[in-house]
Design a binder for this molecule. Structure first.
Ligand SMILES: [Zn+2]
Length: 536
């Protein structure tokens, strides 16, 4: 017998939650054709996995990479973690409805892409006018990873209502939102996402969301939610559960912060009542590293009132005391704001507060001075090197001991041509960090693997993935588990946005080796996924 690829002598953890075993695995035409303790095949290629762990490719249920794929589909930061599939369109932001120009406008207004990127994308990326059109453009471009997509409630509402409006949709607007939602679901979107701390998603009351969740339910879609945390984490999770029960729909709580034990408990109780609910969490996060020009863009995007007269920049706002006040007031995480790439040893890697105190300056004035002038590479770290809203200790138990918790990296666009503009380091290590955290808490390796493979596959109805079994798609990762990791706070070079995870030797996407003994290949074997194993 012959096959395309034979993996020999590995410790196979199949993703079902069952303990691993030593064995071989054979792949042909992108599918797993046999898994057994010993296989005897003629193979075009043999990988000796002696001393390594063989797992189903990991599934990241929470990313924002739907524009990155159009400029670079390489995705090495995922392949180095063993990830083969990513779910996009979270937090209410998506690539439909309407034209690609409409989407760029939305993304730039929300600060998710820079204004320069918006103009560049218009020139270099083929246009689309609906979900299917986006899929065609992406397919032509090709991707190293499998990708699924959600429809964003924020983008839908913003597009139909003519911007971020703090009111209910009119009956006409409501009908159009529903129609666009149905259209996208028919064309293969996996469900709907909400971003309930962002405008305009946050302007929707629960009833509006239940109505849309019922539409998604008709297509067996999922409802994922960046929750309304300003009402309290527990209350916000209760809202998701209410929506899940009222619409009888599967729900996913997005990037739930581990510091609310009651919320994690509530989710388990809801599951016992029959709600199909699961959670993704970011196990650790550095702050957002943003170069000074991107910091300004986020401020502008967060305050349309202030910058109405000057949509393209901020110089006017700096000239009035009112404008200056608004700029500093719009800056998040001011108390932990840290500077790198300062070209000044007395400022480097220190907080604004420390520097201001030493120089007897007002914190706000110092920030404004730094932002006002072109400062080359000056980069602000918002949230500190270890973000307090993803604190890890002492809340590991919430993450480790809850069988419904998977890891989601929440990787956000970034720009492949300009990786220093905006990055968040630990998210490139989300999977090994999650593994380390769970292993330290005594969770068995096969249980951790289940949480990042068959659990998300079931939740998003990716029926032919997430397991190493005969007939399943050959998404596979082969890992040196003892060395699977990401640099710690002490080890990491914060100025390098391209820091990658270590320990993954091979990552195989649809039977093709995309990470080959530590080297990234641009094979673009990724597929665009609809539910039930269908391809877009
Ligand atoms: Zn979010």
């Amino acid at each position: 017998m012959s096959c395309d690829l034979l993996i020999k002598n590995g410790f196979i953890i199949d993703g079902s939650g069952n303990p691993g075993f030593y064995g071989d695995l054979a792949v042909s035409e992108g599918k797993i054709i046999e898994v057994a303790t010993i296989l005897d095949y003629e193979a075009e290629r043999i990988i000796d996995a002696q001393g390594l762990t063989v797992c189903p490719g990991f599934i990241d249920p929470h990313v924002h990479e739907e524009l990155t794929v159009l400029t670079s589909g390489k995705f090495e930061e995922f392949l180095f973690q063993g990830v083969t599939t990513i779910i996009n369109g979270n937090c209410g932001h998506s690539i439909t409805p309407y034209s690609s120009n409409n989407i760029y406008e939305y993304m730039a207004e929300k600060g998710l892409i820079s204004r320069e990127a918006k103009e560049r994308y218009k020139l270099i990326i083929p246009t689309w006018t609906d979900f299917s059109g986006y899929i065609d453009v992406t397919k032509n471009k090709g991707t190293n990873l499998n990708m699924g997509f959600l429809l964003g409630h924020g983008t839908l509402r913003w597009s139909v209502m003519g911007g971020s409006k703090n009111r209910k949709p009119t009956r006409e607007e409501d009908a159009v939102i529903v129609q666009l939602l149905e259209e996208g679901l028919e064309q293969g979107a996996l469900g709907i996402s909400t971003g309930l701390t962002y405008s305009p998603s946050k302007f929707a009351e629960t009833e509006e969301l239940i109505k849309l969740a019922k539409v998604a339910k008709k297509y067996d879609g999922i409802y994922t939610s960046h929750i309304r945390s300003y009402r309290g984490i527990l209350e916000a999770v209760q809202e998701v559960i209410r929506i899940g029960e009222a619409a009888d729909i599967r729900v996913q709580v997005s990037h739930l912060t581990p510091n609310s034990p009651a919320a994690f408990e509530e989710i388990l109780i809801a599951r016992e009542r029959g709600v199909e609910i699961a959670v993704d969490t970011i196990p650790k996060s550095s702050g957002h590293f943003k170069r000074w020009d991107r910091v300004l863009q986020f401020i502008v995007s967060a305050s349309s009132k202030l910058f109405d007269r000057d949509r393209n920049g901020s110089p006017e706002a700096f000239k009035t005391s009112e404008g200056r006040l608004k700029i500093v007031n719009k800056l998040r995480f001011k108390d932990t704001l840290l500077l790198i790439n300062t070209a000044d040893p007395q400022m480097e890697n220190r907080t604004i507060e420390e520097i201001a105190f030493e120089r007897r300056l007002d914190v706000d004035e110092l920030i404004l001075t730094l932002l006002e002038k072109d400062r080359d590479k000056l980069t602000f770290c918002q949230g500190g090197l270890n973000r307090q809203d993803f604190p890890g200790t002492p809340y590991e138990d919430n993450v480790a001991n809850n069988p419904l918790v998977m890891v989601g990296s929440d990787r956000v666009f970034g720009e492949t041509e300009d990786p220093h503009a905006w990055y968040e380091l630990f998210r490139q290590g989300a999977f090994p960090i999650f593994f380390t955290l769970c292993r330290q808490k005594g969770v068995e390796l096969h249980e951790i693997v289940r949480r990042v493979t068959s659990l998300p596959a079931k939740q998003f109805r990716l029926c032919d993935r997430g397991l190493l079994a005969k007939g399943k798609v050959a998404d596979i990762t082969i890992i040196d588990m003892d060395n699977y990791g990401y640099p710690s706070n002490e080890e990491i070079d914060y100025t390098n946005p391209l820091t990658m995870a270590s320990g993954v030797k091979y990552t195989i996407v649809n039977g093709k080796v995309a990470l080959d003994n530590g080297k990234i290949k641009e094979i673009r074997a990724g597929q665009l996924l609809a539910k039930y194993g269908r391809l877009l």
